[in-house]
Design a protein around this ligand. Sequence first.
Ligand SMILES: *Cc1c(COP(=O)(O)O)cnc(C)c1O
Length: 396
Amino acid sequence: MTKLPKKHLFDLPEGVIYLDGNSLGPLPKGAVERAVGTLTDEWGQQLIKAWNTAGWMALPQKVGDRIAGLIGAAPGSVATGDTLSIKVYQALAAALKMRPSRRVILSDTGNFPSDLYMAQGLISTIGKDYELRTVAPEEVAGAITEDVAVVMLTEVDYRSGRRHDMAEMTRLAHDKGAVMLWDLAHSAGAVPVDLTGSNAEFAVGCSYKYLNGGPGAPAFIYARPDIVLEVEPALSGWLGHDAPFAMEPGYRPAMTTERLRVGTPPIVQLSILDAALDVWDDVDMAELRAASVALCETFIAEVEQRCPMLTLASPREAAVRGSQVSFGFEDGYAVVQALIDRGVIGDFRAPNIMRFGFTPLYIDEGDVIRAAEILQEVMESGAWQDPKYQVRSRVT
Ligand SMILES: *Cc1c(COP(=O)(O)O)cnc(C)c1O
């Protein structure tokens, strides 16, 4: 019996086909009641007692365990909090400490800029002769040399949707003695992930994309259970301390993945995320993946047939593609604005990529065909050439 789609569990505006859940997931209905309860009953009535009485103190770990279940990680191996950029920094810093004689962070040119920026910032903080080396995504395998301390990759490319082979790449990194760090921003809730099976040391990700945790929802970080005690936290905050309320003057990291926590957890966002994760309770990731592949294939076929002026910018082969499809078009920004005006919400990534995320929880075949029809109308009528669609907003 299929458990998909679950459109009725989301509060989506009438008439909108939402193809941007890869960037900001929509509002799960259960999150509203939970947020109100957290604000009015927990914060409002229980005040500071709520840290104990409403289970606030346990919430980061509870949510971490729920995310662990979606990415093939063991309970207790995932900590939550902060933002993904910060989690990248922490994982990278820990990985470099594990390979003190090596100086290279290897990544690819398709990685999300913030991951690369965080590596640059970390290197300038350390101030030694460290180097961030980026190569084309297809060239990573051949570029893992014996001077590489850590291979840092995002499994699914945010622009093209191209997908690395996690197990194989991790094996190659380990063969050369490097630590492996995966960014699962476009994987968690999008594709089946077998983190334990990959044997990678670290993984990070965010929860506001496919996990629908809401804007600014907390990030997550995984450390392989057998290396946790080797992890030296670069951001040694009190909530990563072994005994935060002992108020000791010296830092002593927790004996678990909790050492990768930093400061006070964002309880309102964590509550919302906890409620958003209810949607996933009975979702089989293999079933979700099959539905996602079918939606992506339909979209590619429909758009290629209807809009010959657009070029597929994602891999054609489903096995090496995540849960999004991108098309290249020079005036892609204007086309996306015209689509949004007509109820089809995708987004644009410079320089010329129109991105469409396919999330089987609330998108079905009919939505995909309707979206392709509207795209055809916009292209054939030239509606996108209207000057109002040329004005760039801050967020594209
Ligand atoms: C979305 C995304 C980010 C965003 O990081 P934040 O700190 O949450 O803003 C970082 N890296 C990747 C790969 C992403 O896809």
